[in-house]
Design a protein around this ligand. Structure first.
Ligand code: GUN
Ligand code: FE
Length: 424
């Protein structure tokens, strides 16, 4: 088992006590073995941090790797038109190779900007290629094929037969869930109620219980989407998902902007998780999610960039700032402080994925998913009494990410991302 010592870092731990310590981190294999000062340096390898900032890798809880190649081709529309006119035709045009390169490009950008774990939603076909890119790149990921067996607007190439959709999902799950020593997991991805029959959603409910895997979907993102669900199912999104029996601690809802009181109650009582996508919510003119209210109800909330066309660069630094800025404008300057936002981007995401005992903080026993930031640019005075949370959330950029470690492996160094498993 290889050992790696990171020496003399400012460690922003994000542990339960929110400790920030000047010290060393020892990694054994894929786990953090010790966090402390003056750790022995007989490690196989030493990274001299020299006072740079070490923090947990970011956890993004809503990404579409298959959409990275659509960037710049899907602008200035609202959700349903955007899907119908741009995204679905582009997804229908994907092939094995284009999904692979779309995923690899997206993962490169994610790692480059400090993200070490993602919850990803693919398209209907060629999901195998995305898993291949995930395996080769070294990123930690939960992913799955999107499921769509309903909707007059869905192109024929993306319309699935219900049974085939379920069977293909199970085939991928059995191949990839737990792969790469547990770094890869499967998640069922019924796209949203608009594109799924009740039969499909019921099947997903049963299979997710049988295999114990997460269900990742979009809900209550846009008023047009909600109107379609109400017209077809006679209920609001979350009420309908609960009616089917899908509302559980394993359900992760992306966006959740337009929730009524009953939907909020169901989310809270059933232990459903939410992903905030601020860049996407602004760009698609979807609305402003009531994140402070959800958090005050005790709902775990993570952050995700959504697909690249919704965000442009899959960059958690941008998403963190937007998370804070939007709520400041709406509710005042203190409602969403820098520490809260950084917590959402790390431990909050881990909680959404049910992985709070494995990732999200720099603590002995956790998996070694870390990023080293060089904030030298902001060291105006060496003695300056830094508020590290403010520096990271409001001032740092992805250009400041120097080194990224996932599962104990250095996947980026000196700004250069390496794929670690490429066999050919
Ligand atoms: N709702 C259903 N599909 C999508 C998608 O691909 N992106 C976003 N933002 N919302 C969706
Ligand atoms: Fe999305």
């Amino acid at each position: 088992m290889g050992t790696l010592l990171i020496r003399d870092a400012v460690v922003v731990t994000m542990n339960g006590r929110d400790e920030i310590i000047r010290g060393d981190v020892l990694i054994e294999g894929n786990r953090i073995a010790k966090v402390g000062s003056d750790l022995e340096d007989s490690a196989d390898r030493v990274i001299e941090a020299g006072g740079r900032v070490l923090l947990p890798g970011f956890v993004q809880t809503h990404i579409h790797l298959c959409q990275t190649l659509f960037r710049g081709r899907a602008d200035d529309l609202e959700l349903i038109d955007w899907l119908r006119e741009r995204v679905w035709p582009l997804e229908a045009a994907h092939n094995e190779e284009s999904v692979y390169y779309s995923a690899l490009l997206g993962i490169g950008e994610l790692i480059r900007s400090g993200t070490t774990t993602i919850l990803d939603m693919e398209t209907v076909h060629h999901t195998e290629s995305a898993f291949q890119a995930i395996a080769e790149s070294g990123i930690r990921a939960l992913s799955g094929k999107v499921m769509m067996d309903h909707g007059s607007e869905v192109p024929a190439a993306l319309q699935e037969n219900t049974q085939q959709s379920l069977e293909e999902s199970v085939r991928l799950l059995e191949k990839w869930h737990g792969a790469e020593g547990g770094r890869i997991s499967y998640a069922f991805c019924p796209r949203f109620v608009v594109s799924c029959t009740e039969e499909l959603l019921t099947g997903v409910r049963d299979l997710s219980r049988q295999y114990g895997v997460k269900v990742h979907t979009h809900a209550s993102e846009n008023k047009g989407e909600i109107a379609i669900v109400e017209a077809e199912r006679g209920m609001r999104n979350v009420v309908y998902l609960d009616h089917i029996g899908l509302a559980s601690p394993d359900l992760i809802l992306a966006h959740s902007i337009w929730l009524d009181d009953e939907e909020k109650r169901i989310i809270r009582e059933r232990g459903v998780k939410v992903t905030h996508c601020p860049g996407s919510n602004l760009k698609l003119a979807s609305g402003i999610a009531e994140i402070p209210e959800l958090m005050s109800l005790g709902v775990p909330v993570g952050i995700g960039a959504d697909g690249a066309p919704c965000n442009n660069n899959l960059d958690m630094f941008q998403e963190m700032r937007l998370t804070a800025y939007i709520q400041k404008v709406k509710h005042g300057p203190t409602v969403m402080n820098a520490r809260t936002v950084l917590r959402m981007a790390t431990m909050g995401g881990a909680q959404v994925l049910g992985m709070e005992d494995k990732i999200g903080s720099v603590e002995a026993g956790k998996l070694a998913d870390l990023q080293l930031l060089d904030l030298e640019n902001f060291h105006v005075y060496p003695s300056y009494d830094a508020d590290w949370y403010s520096r990271i959330v409001y001032a740092a950029t992805r250009g400041d990410v120097d080194t990224v470690i996932i599962d104990g492996r250095v996947v980026m160094e000196g700004g250069i991302v390496r794929t670690v498993n490429r066999s050919s």
